[in-house]
Design a protein around this ligand. Sequence first.
Ligand code: ADP
Length: 550
Amino acid sequence: MTSYPMSPVMGQMMSQPLLVSTIIDYAARHFGSSEIVSRRVEGDMHRYTYRDLNQRARRMANVLTGLGVQMGDRVATLAWNGYRHMELYYAVSGSGAVLHTMNPRLHPEQIAYIANHAEDQYLFFDLTFLPLIEAVAAHCKTVKAFVLMSDREHMPKETRIANLLCYEDLVASSSDDYSWPQFDENSAASLCYTSGTTGNPKGALYSHRSTVLHAYGSALPNALNVSAADTVLPVVPMFHVNAWGLPYSVLLSGAKMVYPGAALDGKSLYELFEAEGVTFSAGVPTVWLGLINHALQNDLKFSTFRRTVIGGSACPPAMMDTLIDKLDVQVIHAWGMTEMSPLGTTGTLQGKHKLLPKEEQRKILQKQGHAVFGVDMKIVDDDGKELAWDGKTYGHLLVKGPWIISSYFRNEGGDVLQDGWFPTGDVATIDADGYMQITDRSKDVIKSGGEWIGTIDLENIAMAHPAVLQAACIGVAHPKWDERPLLLVVKRPGQEVGREELLKFFEGKIAKFWMPDDVAFIDALPMGATGKIQKNKLREQFRDHKLPTA
Ligand code: ADP
């Protein structure tokens, strides 16, 4: 850790470490009756208050102590968004241990790899994942016991899992008499692994300080603007970068929280939004596809839902238009990454934009947005020279700030910073007002005759065609130009469109040399564990695709 010079005159303010437990203490004391509603994997709905959460989290902290969990030990979860998962967020980190949220959509081998790499001591899991745990338990070498996050009634009669405990039995058998310990705010609080599209997943180890600062920063009006007047439903899973920090920022805002459990299809989500009066939500573009289709096909409107944050991959402008113009839901386009806790930028308008025509405003909102206080960013060329903020020049995007990693867990990958900045692996432009726009991930960008072609733009245009449900653009080898774009398209059910018509649709919208050389229609795009298109799989699948221009 860097040490800084001290002034001979020090401030005379209380020194209170920024600990995750301060959030739950504040929430329970000052918003004790705010509700947390969860759709349980057992099939029913569960409701209680912040006060109850605090009480059960303290019981769970006592359980952890009883199980011998020490400060710094890793305790893993494989669970959906729900109240028991939230209890663990606070019990584990609050007691000084490290919450390791695992993504159940990963391959079982990857789950075992991550559990071993993290040296998880205990693994808590939802009923849905019992078969998965039965398959991986024997391979998780450091796990002393597995805890099924349910009651006695739902415990399996027979199981191959050697040490299986029942969550509700543990909670019932312990006392809520527990004081959150005080310790250095730089201690580790939670651990998330990147989805590792290339190589093994690497861990981002968040500290208490970074978690609390990220919770403050992300709740700001220019960012997610969460307040006690909101009812928030995070669709983004608590195993995907801590649901973008919402289990912390919602609690410190006093808002009502609604957890959807495992039911993430359009119909289930719509019903929950309406039943609980959800005002604000968050998720990756693929989940909105299901919800939007359900609403449009059944001619439904939202009664209370007015704002959502969309990020994780680029929000297609056509999706933003539908949400704003047809469903009256404001979209906050956000960008970030696991290594950034995750929030980096959010797209919201400034006072001076209010008088702009709607189309101009929409162009601003379509960008990935403005840096949130706590994050600085810059774009550089291949030699590390900073590039202009003119909205046109693109370069490698670098970031720095107190909730951005300084290295990966156990120093995987060695030194990652460049002169104190973290290289994001994204290519972007930044305009004069500080709005950043991602052109591509550097490994996805298409290099054609020494020029770069950004695939996000091409995909966004394709997805604006009424017959296109999803689109992905990849580079395919070309004898003259090195690489040329191939557009892969999933058609909307019952809709028709051909290669020529689709290519014509691009005319006038892009530079001529950006025009895809070919279009291939496929049934589905391969999706990764965090709902992103797996372009590496597509590149593999279409490696030998013969372009008509080759
Ligand atoms: P992983 O690769 O493990 O899924 P993350 O979930 O942290 O990692 O993804 C981070 C990456 O996702 C960013 O570097 C960026 O490429 C992409 N991304 C995130 N939000 C956006 C967005 N709004 N627009 C475009 N790309 C995005």
